[in-house]
Design a protein around this ligand. Structure first.
Ligand SMILES: C[S@@+](CC[C@H](N)C(=O)[O-])C[C@H]1O[C@@H](n2cnc3c(N)ncnc32)[C@H](O)[C@@H]1O
Length: 220
């Protein structure tokens, strides 16, 4: 998996915007108009309609949304999951790519949402011990161990006690991850070790919901 200067994420955004045959464009536009509010990333699966994604939302996001709490989303892309995090009192949307932040801002400018362009694994501008909940989906699946470990270290500074961190990551023990060259070399065993080494307590591991990845929930 290439490093932070790899074109993967910008290529995906450009590909999604690229000119498609007329019939496909019309069909997609109709589908978007009816269902999706024009959010980049829904082509990978709309949380409203794809059962495992709906499960992820219902189990790992909605029970934690609280208007008195502060949340962070890492790698929000076009906002496929951001939609469900807007009920937090404050939401920091953290992304490495300015272009992706601009894409998110098209639909998610709100008084309680702050956009942060980071340096790949940091939380510049987020006060210490201020965050109750962190969510990341579709981002850590592409990150190599040094960046994941960087994020885990930096999370320690911003999290409050009894916080909840939910991260979906690449699971190369699954065939669908092995077939995806953009997915990083990670497994539940490696992720578990990184999370424990960083000093966190694991609350929940989900190895079955996703076909190419797994999910871990941990606390400070
Ligand atoms: C495949 S998209 C997924 C977007 C969204 N979470 C979703 O599931 O639809 C990956 C996102 O992670 C962002 N990203 C990639 N590397 C990152 C990093 N090191 N730190 C923060 N964001 C990153 C990309 O810019 C993009 O917004």
């Amino acid at each position: 998996m290439p490093g932070l200067d790899n074109p993967l994420h910008l290529d995906m955004l450009r590909h999604s915007r690229a000119r498609k045959p007329t019939l496909i464009r019309v069909a997609k536009a109709v589908k978007r108009a009816i269902f999706s509010e024009g959010i980049y990333g829904l082509d990978w699966g709309d949380v409203e309609f794809v059962e495992p994604l709906r499960f992820v939302r219902d189990r790992y996001i909605l029970p934690y949304v609280n208007p008195n709490h502060v949340a962070v989303e890492i790698g929000p892309g076009g906002g496929r999951w951001t939609r469900y995090l807007l009920g937090f009192g404050k939401l920091y949307a953290v992304d490495y790519y300015t272009e992706l932040i601009r894409e998110l801002q098209k639909n998610f400018r709100r008084p309680n949402v702050e956009f942060i362009k980071n340096n790949g694994a940091d939380f510049l501008g987020i006060p210490p011990e201020s965050v109750h909940y962190v969510f990341s989906f579709g981002c850590f699946v592409h990150l190599d161990a040094p960046l994941i470990e960087g994020y885990l270290q930096n999370l320690r500074r911003i999290l409050r006690p009894a916080s909840n961190v939910v991260i979906q990551y690449s699971d190369k023990s699954k065939v669908m991850a092995q077939l995806n060259t953009g997915f990083s070399d990670n497994t539940p065993e490696r992720m578990r070790q990184m999370v424990l080494r960083a000093g966190f307590t694991i609350l929940e591991e989900d190895l079955t919901t996703m076909w190419h990845s797994s999910i871990i929930r941990f606390t400070q």
